[in-house]
Design a protein around this ligand. Structure first.
Ligand code: MG
Length: 98
Protein backbone atom coordinates (compact mmCIF):
# COMPACT_ATOMS: atom_id res chain seq x y z
CA UNK A 1 0.00 0.00 0.00
CA UNK A 2 1.00 3.60 -0.38
CA UNK A 3 2.24 5.86 2.40
CA UNK A 4 -0.92 7.92 2.18
CA UNK A 5 -3.28 7.71 5.16
CA UNK A 6 -6.51 6.86 3.35
CA UNK A 7 -8.82 7.97 6.18
CA UNK A 8 -7.12 11.36 6.41
CA UNK A 9 -7.33 11.76 2.66
CA UNK A 10 -11.04 10.87 2.62
CA UNK A 11 -11.67 13.36 5.42
CA UNK A 12 -9.92 16.00 3.27
CA UNK A 13 -11.89 15.17 0.11
CA UNK A 14 -15.18 15.62 1.95
CA UNK A 15 -14.02 18.77 3.76
CA UNK A 16 -12.47 20.44 0.67
CA UNK A 17 -14.79 19.29 -2.12
CA UNK A 18 -17.99 18.70 -0.14
CA UNK A 19 -20.24 15.76 0.64
CA UNK A 20 -22.71 16.10 -2.24
CA UNK A 21 -20.15 16.44 -5.06
CA UNK A 22 -18.20 13.49 -3.68
CA UNK A 23 -21.29 11.30 -3.34
CA UNK A 24 -22.19 12.15 -6.95
CA UNK A 25 -18.63 11.19 -7.86
CA UNK A 26 -19.26 7.76 -6.25
CA UNK A 27 -22.12 7.26 -8.72
CA UNK A 28 -20.05 8.53 -11.66
CA UNK A 29 -17.16 6.16 -10.90
CA UNK A 30 -19.53 3.22 -10.40
CA UNK A 31 -21.10 3.94 -13.78
CA UNK A 32 -17.65 4.01 -15.40
CA UNK A 33 -16.90 0.58 -13.94
CA UNK A 34 -20.28 -0.73 -15.09
CA UNK A 35 -19.51 0.50 -18.60
CA UNK A 36 -16.13 -1.28 -18.69
CA UNK A 37 -17.63 -4.54 -17.38
CA UNK A 38 -20.32 -4.38 -20.06
CA UNK A 39 -17.71 -3.77 -22.79
CA UNK A 40 -15.74 -6.77 -21.52
CA UNK A 41 -18.62 -9.20 -21.18
CA UNK A 42 -20.98 -8.06 -23.94
CA UNK A 43 -18.49 -6.94 -26.57
CA UNK A 44 -15.57 -9.19 -25.57
CA UNK A 45 -13.34 -6.12 -25.39
CA UNK A 46 -9.77 -6.55 -24.09
CA UNK A 47 -10.06 -3.83 -21.45
CA UNK A 48 -8.65 -5.31 -18.26
CA UNK A 49 -6.47 -2.19 -17.86
CA UNK A 50 -9.61 -0.03 -17.83
CA UNK A 51 -11.34 -2.44 -15.42
CA UNK A 52 -8.34 -2.15 -13.08
CA UNK A 53 -8.45 1.65 -13.21
CA UNK A 54 -12.20 1.90 -12.68
CA UNK A 55 -12.13 -0.68 -9.87
CA UNK A 56 -9.49 1.42 -8.09
CA UNK A 57 -11.62 4.54 -8.65
CA UNK A 58 -14.70 2.83 -7.20
CA UNK A 59 -12.77 1.52 -4.17
CA UNK A 60 -11.48 5.03 -3.49
CA UNK A 61 -14.97 6.48 -3.80
CA UNK A 62 -16.42 3.77 -1.53
CA UNK A 63 -13.77 4.77 1.00
CA UNK A 64 -15.08 8.33 0.82
CA UNK A 65 -18.67 7.16 1.06
CA UNK A 66 -17.92 5.14 4.19
CA UNK A 67 -16.05 8.08 5.69
CA UNK A 68 -18.84 10.47 4.73
CA UNK A 69 -21.55 8.45 6.52
CA UNK A 70 -19.20 7.12 9.21
CA UNK A 71 -20.22 3.54 8.44
CA UNK A 72 -16.90 1.74 7.98
CA UNK A 73 -17.34 -0.46 11.07
CA UNK A 74 -20.95 -1.41 10.25
CA UNK A 75 -20.06 -2.17 6.64
CA UNK A 76 -17.24 -4.47 7.79
CA UNK A 77 -19.59 -6.30 10.17
CA UNK A 78 -22.28 -6.66 7.52
CA UNK A 79 -19.71 -7.80 4.98
CA UNK A 80 -18.38 -10.48 7.33
CA UNK A 81 -21.92 -11.82 7.81
CA UNK A 82 -22.63 -11.75 4.07
CA UNK A 83 -19.39 -13.59 3.31
CA UNK A 84 -20.39 -16.33 5.78
CA UNK A 85 -23.81 -16.58 4.10
CA UNK A 86 -22.22 -16.85 0.65
CA UNK A 87 -19.85 -19.57 1.89
CA UNK A 88 -22.81 -21.48 3.34
CA UNK A 89 -24.79 -21.17 0.09
CA UNK A 90 -21.76 -22.37 -1.89
CA UNK A 91 -21.37 -25.37 0.41
CA UNK A 92 -25.04 -26.27 -0.13
CA UNK A 93 -24.79 -25.68 -3.89
CA UNK A 94 -21.70 -27.83 -4.26
CA UNK A 95 -23.27 -30.61 -2.19
CA UNK A 96 -26.26 -30.66 -4.61
CA UNK A 97 -23.95 -30.73 -7.65
CA UNK A 98 -22.30 -33.96 -6.52
MG1 MG B 1 -13.01 6.50 -13.33
Amino acid sequence: MSDIDEQKLYERTIRVWGKEPQMLQVIEEMSELIKEILKNVNRKKDNVAEIIEETADVEIMLGQLKYCYDIEKQVNEYKAEKLKMIAKRLDEWEKKEK
